[in-house]
Write a protein that binds this ligand. Structure first.
Ligand code: ATR
Length: 282
C-alpha cells in the first residue's frame, strides 16, 4: 500500500549522458555526495548515440528526471537544447549541467571552469590573481575555462593553440574580460608563465604540446585538465622542466560535480573525501 511517506522517500533521478560514458566517475562522485548530505538520489550513466541527445533528454525528463550532466561529445549540442542558460554557459557555448524545472523548461549551466578554479585555489592553495597564465588549446575544453580563469584577474591570459587562428579568435572573444592574447606555439619562445593549464587533447594521445624548454617560470605550476592513474605525459614534462607542482584534473572533475550537485540540491558537498576516495581506487 502506498502512503505519503513513499512519495517523500522517492529517489530523485539524475544522470550523466555522453559517449563513451561507461567509465565515467560521475555516478561514484554523486553517490558519495548524496550519502554525505543524507540525500536519496539515483545517478546513472547513460550512453547516447550521435544525434540522439534531444531524444535522450526528452525521455529522461518525461520519466521525471531532475537533472543531467553532459559530457563529451555533447556539451555544445546540449547548450542548444536548453531554454535558458547561465552567463558562464554562454561564454563556454557549452553546457555540462542541465536542471529540469517544474514548468518543464531546461536550465543549462557550465560548471567546468569554476571546478578548475576551485581546484587550483582551494584544494591546492594556488593563486591565479596577478599571475601570468598560459592556456594551451582553443577547443571546447579551453573555451569552457577561459571566462572563470579571467574572472580571477590574472596579470595576463595567453591562449596558445597548434592552429593559431583559433587561439586568436578565442582571445578576441574574451578580450573585454582582461589582458588576453592568442598565438601559436612558436610565439611562446622566450616567454615564461606562472601557471600553465593544458586544455588540449594531446595527453589523450600520449602527445605533448610543443612548448619551449624554459616556458615554466621559477616556482611555476602546471595543470593538466586530463587525469589518469599515472601522471600524464604533460605532468611528467612539467616536473622535468622545473614546475613546482604538476597537477592533474581529478580535483577539477570532483569540483565541477560539486557545483552541479549544489545547483540541483542546494547543498555544497565536501569534495576532499571524494577526491581522496577516487585517488585510492585509481
Ligand atoms: P576539446 O573539447 O577536448 O577541447 P576539441 O574542441 O577537439 O576538443 O579541441 C582539441 C584541442 O586540443 C585543440 O585546441 C587542438 O588543437 P587544434 O585546434 O590545432 O586542432 C588541441 N590538440 C589536440 N592534439 C594536440 C597535440 N598533439 N598538440 C597540441 N594541441 C593538440
Amino acid at each position: 500500500m502506498s502512503s505519503l511517506f513513499d512519495f517523500e522517500q522517492r529517489e530523485e533521478r539524475y544522470a550523466v549522458m555522453g559517449n563513451p560514458v561507461s567509465h565515467s566517475k560521475s555516478p561514484f562522485i554523486h553517490a558519495a555526495f548524496a550519502r554525505q548530505c543524507g540525500h536519496t538520489i539515483s545517478y546513472d550513466a547513460i550512453q547516447v548515440d550521435t544525434g540522439g541527445l534531444a531524444q535522450a533528454l526528452g525521455n529522461f525528463q518525461a520519466a521525471g528526471g531532475k537533472g543531467v550532466n553532459i559530457t563529451v561529445p555533447f556539451k555544445q549540442e546540449a547548450f542548444a537544447l536548453c531554454n535558458e542558460t547561465s552567463l558562464r554557459a554562454q561564454q563556454a557555448r557549452a553546457v555540462n549541467t542541465i536542471t529540469f524545472r517544474a514548468d518543464g523548461t531546461r536550465y543549462g549551466d557550465n560548471t567546468d571552469g569554476v571546478g578548475l578554479v576551485r581546484d587550483i585555489l582551494h584544494n591546492h592553495g594556488g593563486v591565479i590573481a596577478r599571475r601570468r597564465v598560459l592556456l594551451l588549446g582553443a577547443g571546447g575544453a579551453a573555451r569552457g575555462v577561459a571566462g572563470p580563469l579571467l574572472a580571477e584577474m590574472p596579470a595576463q591570459l595567453a591562449i596558445t593553440n597548434r592552429t593559431p587562428d583559433k587561439a586568436l579568435e578565442l582571445a578576441a572573444e574574451f578580450s573585454d574580460m582582461g589582458t588576453v592574447t592568442g598565438c601559436g606555439f612558436p610565439a611562446l619562445a622566450g616567454k615564461s608563465f606562472d601557471l600553465i593549464i593544458n586544455a588540449t587533447a594531446a595527453s589523450l594521445h600520449q602527445e605533448l604540446p610543443p612548448l619551449p624548454e624554459d616556458v615554466v617560470a621559477p616556482g611555476g605550476w602546471c595543470y593538466d585538465m586530463m587525469y589518469s592513474a599515472q601522471p600524464t605525459i604533460f605532468m611528467r614534462w612539467a616536473s622535468e622542466h622545473g614546475a613546482d607542482k604538476a597537477l592533474d584534473g581529478l580535483g577539477m572533475l570532483v569540483e565541477q560535480a560539486a557545483e552541479a550537485f549544489y545547483l540541483w540540491r542546494g547543498v555544497r558537498p565536501q569534495t576532499a573525501p571524494v577526491i581522496a576516495a577516487l585517488r585510492k581506487n585509481n
